[in-house]
Design a protein around this ligand. Structure first.
Ligand code: ATP
Ligand code: MG
Length: 252
């Protein structure tokens, strides 16, 4: 078995750039040869796939609804059927595999299904060096323990005092979920020209990502974020971040 996977999760207020940075980070690991990378879309409003230019047909949540309600093919146990369906939810791409978590849960008792899916997810994750999780602000999938605690939580914020206050709240949420404060770092996104420090950081600053017209353009044209040019400022900043994370993973 290779080294244990290093899990990086991104959280932050809505619209701060979690998905954009997650996609560029995944692409950076891929370009660095850290393949395959596992991309986890833990936002119920799945869109990491679009940022990566990959097609998702089904989320884990919708698979669960189906796999635990329908009749199982003859000769198969529910366990076997879920394991089989689990593998179908994983999208395999060039150097990047993607799994969309979907909704955390519906109504009813999901203890058995959650245990089984946690087991499936744990087995899956063991095969990767880097796992990048695009989580929403509430980090519900992380709090439910289906994904596992991140080795590094990146709190994404816009610059400025208001952004920092929100980032601090995200940090409080993460702490209340039992995540280690030493494993949190701040990423300030959409930083304008000439801005050096932001001030009042709630966690050590690990990267600043410039406001980048190439990102806006890709967004407007509906192209995957991963198509922005190599020399784009946002890509360069996130590539440096990926290198920093690789160092952290190596030192662990
Ligand atoms: N560095 C950047 N430069 C320019 N535009 C950016 C940058 N980062 C993000 N954006 C734009 O900001 C918008 C929000 O980004 P994104 O979808 O990545 O945020 P998010 O935090 O994932 O949002 P949500 O909370 O809705 O999931 C998008 O239109 C994106 O193109
Ligand atoms: Mg998003």
């Amino acid at each position: 078995m290779g080294p244990a996977p290093f899990r990086v999760a991104l959280s932050g207020k809505g619209g701060t750039g979690k998905t954009t940075i997650a996609a560029l980070l995944i692409d950076a690991f891929r370009r660095m040869g850290e393949t395959p990378v596992l991309a986890v879309d833990a936002d119920p409003n799945t869109n990491l796939n679009e940022a990566l230019g990959m097609e998702v047909t089904e989320s884990l949540g919708s698979m669960r609804e189906e796999a635990f309600s329908r009749a199982i093919p003859p000769g198969m146990s529910r366990h076997d059927y879920v394991r089989l369906r689990f593998r179908q939810v994983l999208v395999e791409g060039e150097g990047v595999d993607l799994i969309a978590m979907g909704r955390p849960e519906g109504t009813g008792c999901y203890c058995f299904s959650n245990d089984l899916l946690s087991e499936c997810l744990a087995g899956l994750q063991a095969g990767y060096r880097f796992i990048v999780i695009d989580a929403e602000a509430g980090m519900e999938h992380i709090s439910r323990g289906t994904i596992g605690a991140p080795d590094l939580l990146l709190i994404v914020s816009d610059p400025g005092a208001r952004g920092m206050r929100t980032a601090r709240r995200i940090r409080e949420i993460a702490l209340s979920l039992g995540l280690d404060g030493d494993r949190m770092a701040l990423v300030v996104n959409r930083v304008g020209n000439g801005v050096t420090g932001v001030g009042g950081e709630p966690a050590p600053l690990i990267a600043t990502v410039p406001a980048d017209p190439a990102v806006e353009e890709a967004d407007l044209e509906g192209r995957p974020i991963t198509t922005i040019p190599d020399e784009s400022p946002a890509r360069r900043a996130v590539t440096a971040l990926a290198e920093r994370i690789r160092e952290l993973a190596g030192a662990r």
